[in-house]
Design a protein around this ligand. Structure first.
Ligand SMILES: Nc1ncnc2c1ncn2[C@@H]1O[C@H](COP(=O)(O)OP(=O)(O)OP(=O)(O)O)[C@@H](O)[C@H]1O
Ligand SMILES: [Mg+2]
Length: 256
């Protein structure tokens, strides 16, 4: 059964066609990686699923109901942590839990910080954190409400390779506990292959889905294994074949 659905969704900004007729179904608990060149509509697709943008035509659905705005069941993690600088780590994480009483809020916040290895930093201010720690805080903030869906837009791309692989492993640990549905935008094919059940290639503008490939690797996945490298070779060749099937002239469509 599909938890998230795009049904022939298009998105125009003025006369710019960011997404054209995109259909995609994501199953509950599935991890989907979106890849594609800059401007191919990956962030736009994610923003439709997040309820941050509405499709110009077509539909974006969660549990078969139209997504008409941001909602607590769907968490979002952006490329930069976007923490509130004047609030402590704990208050940043607990920001969306104002409806809970103080004891319950603190319990949830502590657990979320514990899960990302930052229990000792509850009272710290964001400016005292490294980039990787700040991104862990934003993961904790996204997870504290136990969302069914987590949408991640290049969450680790600003980080060094060591921190990035750590956080990928960390995200997988968290995923094993609650099995949220993940849709992840990434430019990093290794990241897509470590995390995803399925890789979806967008090309554009106008953004369309050009290829899809399930990741045929058992978990846990070993980045240095021969099977991993072979899967990467095959993914690259799928992506290359899909891209060479068309000339990628950026086009600006005139609409009435
Ligand atoms: N708010 C906006 N207003 C106008 N045009 C926009 C807006 N957001 C996106 N676009 C346009 O839509 C297209 C897709 O943009 P989008 O940000 O989704 O691409 P992307 O695949 O995420 O690229 P990147 O890899 O660089 O992040 C681009 O042509 C972009 O200029
Ligand atoms: Mg983007």
């Amino acid at each position: 059964m599909s938890l998230l659905t795009l049904d022939r969704a298009s998105k125009r900004f003025g006369n710019r066609h960011a997404l054209a007729d995109v259909s995609l179904s994501v199953a509950s608990g599935e991890i989907v990686a979106l890849v594609g060149a800059s401007g191919s509509g990956k962030s736009t697709l994610l923003r439709l699923l997040a309820g941050l943008e509405a499709p110009t035509s077509g539909r974006a659905l969660f549990h078969d109901a139209e997504i008409d705005g941001p909602r607590p069941e769907i968490g979002v993690i952006f490329q930069e942590p976007r923490l509130l600088p004047w609030l402590s780590v704990a208050d940043n994480v607990g920001f969306g839990l104002a409806h809970l009483n103080a004891v319950e809020r603190e319990r949830r916040v502590n657990r979320a910080l514990d899960r990302v290895g930052l229990a000792a930093y509850a009272k710290t201010l964001p400016r005292e954190l490294s980039g990787g720690m700040a991104q862990r805080v934003s993961i904790a903030r996204a997870l504290v409400g136990q969302p069914e869906v987590l949408l991640l837009d290049e969450p680790f791309s600003a980080l060094d390779a060591f921190t990035r692989t750590d956080l990928q492993d960390h995200l997988l640990d968290l995923w094993r506990e609650d099995r949220p549905t993940l849709v992840l935008v990434t430019h990093d094919l290794d990241e897509a292959l470590v995390l995803a059940d399925r890789v979806v290639l967008l090309a554009g503008p106008p953004g369309r889905i050009f290829a899809e490939r399930p990741v045929a690797l058992a978990r846990p996945r070993e980045r240095t294994s021969a099977a991993f490298q072979e899967e990467k070779r095959q993914l690259l060749s799928t992506l290359h074949a899909a891209r060479s099937g068309r000339i990628y002239e950026p086009e600006v469509l005139e609409v009435p």
